[in-house]
Design a protein around this ligand. Structure first.
Ligand SMILES: NC(=O)c1ccc[n+]([C@@H]2O[C@H](COP(=O)([O-])OP(=O)(O)OC[C@H]3O[C@@H](n4cnc5c(N)ncnc54)[C@H](OP(=O)(O)O)[C@@H]3O)[C@@H](O)[C@H]2O)c1
Length: 321
């Protein structure tokens, strides 16, 4: 690799325990490259003057204008919605994100776990156990379920693959006409969303948050759902109108919402989801950024960057994902 001086990488993670793990991989894989590490905004600011590349997660979009030599940003995660509203389109900064496939396997397992818990009624068995009640019920079977995956990108297609392999009937919804070999049918575009949702027992959201997807799942859309649908959201909370979701749960249109992501995180303590009997929630944990999983993709991109080659997983800022 030809090192074109003077590139300087700033690696930022608010999780202090992750930094030595990133450092171990990056120092070994990119010898001779100037790399600084920071776990607080104060520590990061010391490196702003030199940094040309920012590899990070959870940093404010305002930084993009405060780092004068910045040419390329790679998000450690797969989502970029936090940067979109303030993205400096007047500056020549390239944006890439982590390869969703590196996070997808864990997220697909989470979706399967939520489906087993609700649709095979493991949650019901726990209630019976607590009441010391011995009562037969028919558990259900994955082969009886039609699961719709909204968002057939890198993560959504892995969710589709796993669910199909365990016997579910899987359909999908996306923006483009692209093929996905793991679904039996694909619905394309906003006008087909209702047709997609009305045939599903489980609707799984694996969508980025963009101007087009924000609050797409609202009362009007829930009215098209099959009665007692199970809604699983692992993408971004903002794609759901949360007040409308509470109403749909109370009305029985949605029997269970399994939610990992919320429009406001951390979820406020007074939010109705916490206590709602039909909500199963987790604190945005289903797709963790494990340094050993995601750093090799950044290393490959740095090598491409230094060699003047195209980067992988460039974000199209105009479509916001
Ligand atoms: N919970 C967590 O811990 C966690 C972890 C990682 C990621 N995420 C979230 O998961 C999201 C998906 O990641 P990914 O790597 O799979 O992204 P991706 O590869 O970019 O896939 C996004 C998918 O959404 C579809 N889409 C986007 N806008 C749409 C619209 N307006 N209408 C219909 N479909 C639309 C795309 O359709 P086309 O394929 O037709 O373009 C694509 O299939 C990320 O953006 C992030 O927010 C969450």
């Amino acid at each position: 690799v030809k090192i074109l001086e003077p590139e300087s990488i700033l690696v930022y993670s608010k999780y202090r325990h992750d930094l030595p793990r990133f450092e171990k991989i990056l120092a070994q894989s990119l010898p001779g490259v100037d790399i600084k590490y920071a776990d607080t905004p104060e520590n990061a600011e010391r490196y702003f003057a030199d940094a040309t590349i920012l590899y990070g997660w959870g940093f404010p979009a305002a930084w993009l204008r405060q780092i004068p030599r910045l040419r390329w940003v790679q998000k450690m995660g797969a989502g970029v919605d936090d940067l979109m509203s303030e993205w400096p389109t007047d500056l020549e900064i390239e944006l890439t994100r982590t390869d969703g496939k590196l996070i997808a396997a864990r997220m697909a397992e989470y979706v399967l776990a939520m489906i087993l818990d609700h649709n095979l009624q493991i949650d019901r068995a726990r209630v019976l156990q607590r009441a010391k009640t011995w009562k037969f019920f028919e558990m259900g079977a994955l082969s009886q379920l039609t699961v719709g995956i909204a968002g057939l990108g890198e993560i959504g297609s892995e969710v589709a693959r796993l669910l199909r392999n365990v016997g579910c009937h899987v359909v999908g919804w996306r923006r483009s006409e692209a093929e996905c070999e793991f679904v039996s049918r694909t619905f394309v575009g906003a006008e087909r969303l209702g047709d997609f949702a009305c045939g599903c027992d489980v609707v799984v959201l694996v969508l980025p948050l963009t101007v087009d997807t924000r609050k797409t799942f609202n009362s009007e859309m829930f009215a098209r759902f099959k009665p007692a649908t199970h809604l699983v959201n692992v993408g971004r909370g903002g794609v759901i109108d949360e007040n409308d979701l509470v109403a749909a749960l109370d009305d029985g249109i949605i029997a269970r919402a399994s939610l990992d992501v919320f429009s406001q995180e951390p979820l406020p303590v007074n939010h109705p989801f916490w206590q709602h009997p039909k909500v199963a929630l987790t604190p945005h944990v289903c797709g963790p950024l494990i340094p050993e999983d995601v750093a090799p993709h950044f290393v490959a991109n740095v090598k491409a960057y230094l060699a003047g080659q195209p980067l992988s997983h460039t974000v199209d800022v105009s479509r916001q994902y």
